[in-house]
Write a protein that binds this ligand. Structure first.
Ligand code: SF4
Length: 451
């Protein structure tokens, strides 16, 4: 049963010192209750209280880390069924499969794609997160050789080790223990051995269920053995079954606090079809519906990019607009004669506009006004991007010290405020820029200062 903020407050030292980076203990307690802060961020609570509050305020889906250091991948930690209720926490991990049955060229090709297919969008680096290495021949020697190859060729990859044999996984874990891989393959038959291996190596464990009931039985056994960092595969190998299982697991965890299913789910679109396009479509459904990890057979730009974009959209906090800081952004090495363009601080607008300016190769100053993350027209309609506010920002921004001219380019959609802005900024000449970002390069190449 989750604790309320007031119940948590009673267990805090009430120093109101702010060392948790929150000004008061009450505010901190509220944030812990809402799952927005960790109890460990207060340095003054003892271990017993940490355990009590930590357990009570833990998210219904356990947070599980795969990997070590700053590049470790985190899955789970989810608290709700629908994104609009709160937000989704940890983006679904995208993994590529390599197996001991593949030849070197095929493995190299998949690893190359894993390393090279990276995209930057709205300031976020989007890429696949994990490599799943499968002991397809039930042979420890070829499995460990493949693990060595992957860790040498793609050292940044977080690793999932897949084998039906706890002994093989034990041998494999020895050679990459520092990478804290997910050891996948706990079944009813080997649960005790897998639990012992997980304790010995401190690596998370993956349950390989045959159906939902079997998955519950195995995860219950692992939990009883004292394991916490568990990921589950319900054994579903059709899109319908996987979707149903994912929904049942999430509902049981969130609505009923059912711990054996309160664990991130790993899914295998790579084993559901031979058609790469269908595999991507299955993955897209499972990313939308609660998969903690999707394992793909290969990564191709035309399917990986849409999946990454879908993931970015789903795991963006809907209550917090994506913003960039209010500032003057120099692009292409501007000087005192370079054009000055202003726009809002909605990050998508910033990245599209700045991308077009950079592409134009015209040295420019881009002014970003804080509009609380609203786009140009919305901000204007909400009274956050009017002539008076733009004028105030221009005066205090320091742009007047950076350029000799007094020419300001405003977004085409703000043409109606041109006159008002000229009244607010009598020293400035206001030019209406293009409505569409795609027309910015041609516009800037033609631009000349008015005097
Ligand atoms: Fe209160 Fe602890 Fe935060 Fe200090 S660090 S304000 S004692 S919760």
């Amino acid at each position: 049963m989750a604790l309320t903020g007031i119940q948590i407050l009673k267990m805090l030292p009430k120093k109101n010192c702010g060392e948790c980076k929150i000004p008061t203990c009450l505010a901190f307690a509220m944030k812990v209750a809402a799952g927005q802060s960790e109890i460990g961020e207060c340095p003054y609570v003892d271990d017993e209280v940490k355990e009590t509050i930590g357990e009570a305020s833990a998210p219904p889906i356990r947070t599980v880390k795969i990997g070590a250091g700053d590049d470790a991948y985190t899955t789970g930690g989810e608290t709700c069924l629908f994104r609009h209720e709160k937000r989704f926490e940890n983006p679904t991990g995208i993994a590529v499969l390599v197996t001991t049955e593949m030849d070197d060229a095929a493995v190299n090709s998949r690893l190359d794609n894993f390393k090279k297919l990276q995209y930057e969008r709205v300031g976020v680096l989007m890429k696949a997160d994990l490599v799943a290495i499968k002991d397809a021949k039930n042979d420890a020697a070829s499995f460990t050789a493949l693990i060595k190859k992957v860790t040498d060729d793609a050292p940044i990859a977080n690793i999932i080790l897949i084998s039906d044999s706890a002994d093989t996984l034990a041998a494999a874990a020895k050679i990459c223990k520092d990478k804290q891989p997910l050891l996948f393959g706990a079944t009813a038959a080997n649960a005790a051995a897998m639990a012992a291996l997980s304790k010995e190596t401190s690596c998370p464990v993956g349950v390989k269920g045959t159906n939902l009931d079997d998955t519950v039985a195995v995860s219950e056994e692992l939990i009883k053995a004292g394991l916490k960092d568990i990921v589950i595969d319900t054994g579903a190998r059709t899109i319908k079954a996987a979707l149903e299982d994912n929904v049942v697991a999430r509902r049981s965890a969130v609505n009923k606090k059912f711990k054996p299913l309160g664990l991130p789910v790993i899914t295998f679109p790579c084993e559901m079809t031979d058609d790469p396009m269908m595999e991507a479509m299955i993955a897209s459904v499972l990313i939308a519906k609660y998969a903690g990890i999707v394992v793909l057979s290969d990564l191709q730009g035309e399917t990986l990019f849409p999946l990454l974009l879908e993931r970015l959209n789903l795991f963006t906090d809907p209550q917090r607009p994506m913003v960039v800081e209010e500032d003057i952004y120099p692009l292409n090495g501007p000087d005192e004669n370079s054009p000055v363009t202003i726009t809002c601080n909605f990050s998508l607008t910033y990245f599209i506009v700045s991308g077009e300016i950079e592409g134009s190769q015209v040295p420019s100053w881009l002014l970003i006004k804080d509009t609380e993350g609203l786009s140009v027209l919305t901000a204007w309609a909400a009274g956050k991007f009017g002539a008076d506010l733009i004028a105030q920002f221009i005066k205090k921004s320091g742009i007047e010290d950076k350029v000799k001219h007094r020419d300001l380019i405003i977004p085409g959609y703000l043409a109606t405020i041109q006159g008002e802005l000229e009244e607010e900024l009598p020293d400035w000449n206001i030019t209406i820029g293009p409505r569409e970002a795609g027309h910015i390069p041609a516009f800037l190449k033609e631009w000349k200062p008015s005097s």
